[in-house]
Every structure is written in C-alpha cells, then in structure tokens.
Design a protein around this ligand. Structure first.
Ligand code: GDP
Length: 220
C-alpha cells in the first residue's frame, strides 16, 4: 500500500498570512514548468489527478496544499522557467515563495523535480543555492527517466550525484531516478519523504500480484 494513500487537496495560499497555522510537518515540491512535478505528486499520492488542481486558473502562481492521511502536508510550489516579466517573478518570489521557503518552520524538506534530460538548469541551481542555507534537506527526482536508456539514466544519475557531492553535508542532499509513467522510483522516494515526516515506512519485500479485484488488479 502506498505511503500517501489518502492525500486530498486542502487549500491554495496566495499570501503568507493565509498559511495553515497547524504545527504539522510539510514537504515542498518545486521544479521547472513541465518537469513532471504534478505527475510526480500524483504518483506519490496515488491519485491520478490530484496535483492538477494546482494548474487551474487562479492557483498556478500560489502555494497549493495537499493534506496526507497521516496529517502532514505536501506543498506544490509554482513551476518556474516560463518567460514572465522580471517584475512579476520578483514580486512573487519576494512576497510569497522566498519567505515561505526561508522561514516556514513546518517545512522539513524540499523535493526538486527535474526532467532527466535537462537536470540542474540555472533556475534549479538558483533555487537550490537559495534554499541550502536553511540547513534543510533537498531530494532531487530525475523525472521521466523512462525517456532514456538504462545506461543514459545511470550516467545522468552519477553526474548529478557528483554535483551534489560538492554542496557539502552529504546527509542533506540526495538524488534518484523517477518515472511517473512507469511508476519507478516510487518506493525510494517514499522512503526519503517518510524519513523527513517521521513516518515509519517499510519497503514492500514481496511484490506479488495485488488483491483479487482490487483497484490495481490486472486481468490474467
Ligand atoms: P509539471 O508542469 O512539472 O507539473 O509537469 P506535468 O506533470 O504536468 O508533466 C509535463 C508533461 O510531462 C506531461 O505531458 C506529462 O504527461 C509528461 N510526464 C510527466 N511525468 C512523466 C514520466 O514519468 N514519463 C514520461 N514519459 N512523461 C512524463
């Protein structure tokens, strides 16, 4: 059973003053537009269209909160990288995202989703360089891994591992392969996020067929 089975949309936050007041842990998801962030959140939440809520009008530039079964939050940050007036980017960053990432006490870690074919772009690095001084962990998902051969996947993974090894405290930074399409890397990601959230999580030893008639059951 997936870790975050019961994720549901909670709220959209456009102003710092509207952040949820509860003292529950939350994990933020960031990435360039089109990197596969919504798909990754949907995959981790085991919910086909959950994170597409973030793409509806009025919500794309804000923080979108999803509540997890265990009473923890996923926070979907606006995708970056599309041409936008510098003034608009600055005001969004200074007014909401910057202070949120820098000061939110409940935030226990940042997941950065990168298309495996374009990892560590300038904007990714700007976000990461900005977040590192908080001393909180960063986990990178190299998404759409299915787009590359196994050999190319491993080459990119090693190259990103080499880069993050230069960031200092190895315990804080990690990277993995991920595919929402093929559902690969899900357990590895769940293990990292569960650790951040303080949830006990055991990898499934036996990947046998799902229960008869269950939602994931396949016809013979
Ligand atoms: P977002 O803008 O970062 O939220 O990206 P989306 O999750 O909306 O994905 C952008 C595009 O990439 C969509 O066309 C998805 O179908 C596709 N995509 C997302 N994840 C994967 C994946 O794991 N494999 C493949 N092949 N395509 C993916």
């Amino acid at each position: 059973m997936p870790l975050f089975q019961k994720a549901v949309f909670l709220t959209t936050v456009a102003h710092l003053r509207d952040l949820p007041q509860d003292a529950v842990r939350e994990i933020a998801f960031a990435g360039r537009s089109n990197a596969g962030k919504s798909s990754a959140i949907n995959t981790l939440a085991n919910h086909v269209r959950l994170a597409y809520v973030s793409k509806t009008p009025g919500r794309t530039q804000h923080l979108n909160y999803f509540t997890l079964g265990e009473g923890k939050y996923f926070v979907d940050l606006p995708g970056y990288g599309y041409a936008k007036a510098p003034e608009a980017i600055r005001s969004q960053w200074e007014g909401l995202i910057g202070p949120y990432l820098g000061k939110r006490e409940q935030l226990v870690g940042l997941v950065v989703i990168m298309d495996i074919r374009r990892p560590l772009t300038d904007l990714d690095l700007r976000l990461i360089d900005w977040f590192r001084p908080t001393g909180r962990p960063i986990h990178i998902l190299l998404s759409k891994a299915d787009k590359l051969s196994r050999q190319e996947q491993m080459k990119t993974l090693r190259s990103v591992q080499g880069e993050i090894a230069t960031w200092g405290d190895a315990a804080l930074y990690s990277v993995q392969l991920f595919s929402s399409l093929k559902k690969t890397g899900v357990e590895e990601a769940e293990g990292v996020l569960a650790g951040w959230l303080g949830i006990e999580f055991k990898k499934q030893e036996n990947k046998g067929p799902p229960d008869k008639g269950g939602p994931g059951a396949k016809m013979p």
